[in-house]
Write a protein that binds this ligand. Sequence first.
Ligand SMILES: [Zn+2]
Length: 381
Amino acid sequence: MADRVFVFDTTLRDGEQSPGVRLSMPQKLEIGRALVKLGVDIIEAGFPISSPGDFEAVNTLAKELKGVQICGLTRAREKDIDVAGEALKPAEHPRIHTGLGVSDNHLQYKLKMTREQALETGVNAVRHAKKYTDNIEYFMEDSGRADPDYVYRVVEAVIAAGATTINVPDTTGYTYPGEYRRLIEGIIENVPNSDKAVFSCHCHNDLGMATANTLAGVLGGARQVEVTINGIGERAGNTALEEVVTAFQIRRDLFGVETHIDLSLLIEMSRMVAGLTGMMVQRNKAVVGANAFAHSSGIHQDGVLKERSTYEIIAPEMVGALKSEIVLTARSGRHGLRHRLAEMGFSFPEERFEELYDKFLQVADTKTEVLEDDLRELVTA
Ligand SMILES: [Zn+2]
């Protein structure tokens, strides 16, 4: 049996923190419902004390969505936790996500605390959260730049206090996959009570490593991934849900894990979030980009038309795309042109086809893409 990895979606919390994004309550609920259908395990719906809108989002999703854990973020402060506890009251499965920084940088400049003070503050926060739920996730902000020995002490203490999930955020997107994997492995090996918690990857994409680091963390023993649809989030964004779950599927040989995500809904989900947030997806984005299954060069088109797997490792239908797309450009060859013409219902004897191919190349040199209308003109001219 493959090991289960829990999918923690933070599109509505970390994703909504993207500069330029503001979702209304009905839009959040629409995304929340789609996430449940998609099969995520946990929805982080907001940071209840931060604004009335975030409180309402957590509270409404807690009321409306069943069969999923609803999570609210807090700082390691009693007032934050009380407000989150209140917002989460109607939830079938509430989770409180609390914690604070562990890097010397955050302790010194942001929190202005010693390591000991921060450790005590974190433990007290977990104890306080237990008044509301046993489902407590503890985040150690900026773990990626922290002293591992201190991280081990924090993890041991907060698990002893009742935390059941430990989030190891690479908040600043600083680590590389090998380092992030060793960080997770180090925690699991060196913390005596590490078997009492699930470890979670929360990675940012500042160096383009978010997905790679998250996958490395899973190889290191993490069993929860914190992700957003399309990878939206602060600065360069978070880890993209669609990339991680598709990698688990395509490389089952390597990961040996499974999620409850319905992959065939990925493209629909991606388009919905892009539409509602106004954060457009780049054409060449992995898995869900408009070009993810489009082939333009003659050599690739010829290969894909003979056998799809020559140039495609992901079957388009698996993630909800209609089919591989043969895009006609000046780099396209005879096989691609013949295929597109056949799709339109045309077939020509060899000599006539060669004539058309020459004309096609002339047209293609003047445009980025030769569209169906252009082809129609070509064959009727
Ligand atoms: Zn984050």
